[in-house]
Design a protein around this ligand. Sequence first.
Ligand SMILES: [Zn+2]
Ligand SMILES: [Zn+2]
Length: 312
Amino acid sequence: MKICTKCGNPQVIIEKKYSGQVLCKECFIRTTTEKVLKNIRKYKLIKKGDKVTVALSGGKDSVMVLDILNSLYEREIINLTAVTIDEGIKGYREDGVRIAASNAKKLGIQHKIVTFKDYLGTTLDEIMNKQSSREISRGACTYCGVFRRWILNQAAKDENATKLATGHNLDDETQAILMNYLEGNIDNLTRIGPKSEAKTSQFVVKVKPLREIPEKEVGLYVVAKELEVHFASCPYSSDSFRAEIGKFIKELSVDRPTIMYSTLRGFDKIRPVLKKEFARDYEMGRCLNCGEPAAHDLCRACIFCKELEDNK
Ligand SMILES: [Zn+2]
Ligand SMILES: [Zn+2]
């Protein structure tokens, strides 16, 4: 019979193949929380006095980030707020927004909901419904990613946030590494890391406290702590290249349980070299239309908006 390697409790809830650790519920919650807090210190993601805004979708990842950062908020180390983006995805987003609000309320954390409709005058569903009649068509994840980043940065600035915390976990990060590598997108690769080191103060620094926590353990954490989360997955996500890569890495992980960590560790080793050699050193200006940071006259969000407007 397996017993908890920390305390000897026979009621174990996880056996970590990559480390050999077997843990009971209490020891799992404690060691996972400690690991996240340790990474926050190690990579200097958050410091005392920071005003952190969590990008709270209501999914397991962001709910876990909020839960762990709340321990720093309770100890008055940081200030904490949450913001939820409603992209306008019928039959999916409503539940997420409700659950996000409920989590923030339970912890007494100030919470704001911002919508694609408010910022763009249209929803993601509307954009995708009209997609076939357009000259330029893009995948839902492309629009969503660009618009969400654009809105989140503005929403975080409105909150006077010094850090924007997202729920990216180990699976997300290794997917991003492999995906950009396979696509030869070196420019994107130079931007992957635990913290976005923004060249301009117009970007709120983004941090990923769960970067070294496997997705499976994020799921187990929210179940073990009985946190309310939105478990449905986005109806647009399944056909993405990212989803294919995710499936591939998961399959490899069955016989090679350390593969995600080795991908991450190896990448982190070459990251400084990549940055030094390939990070594009263009002057960041401001978008002529919205004033957000942009490498050219218009930011990507405004370019997309213009395309959508021209192709109505
Ligand atoms: Zn234990
Ligand atoms: Zn713009």
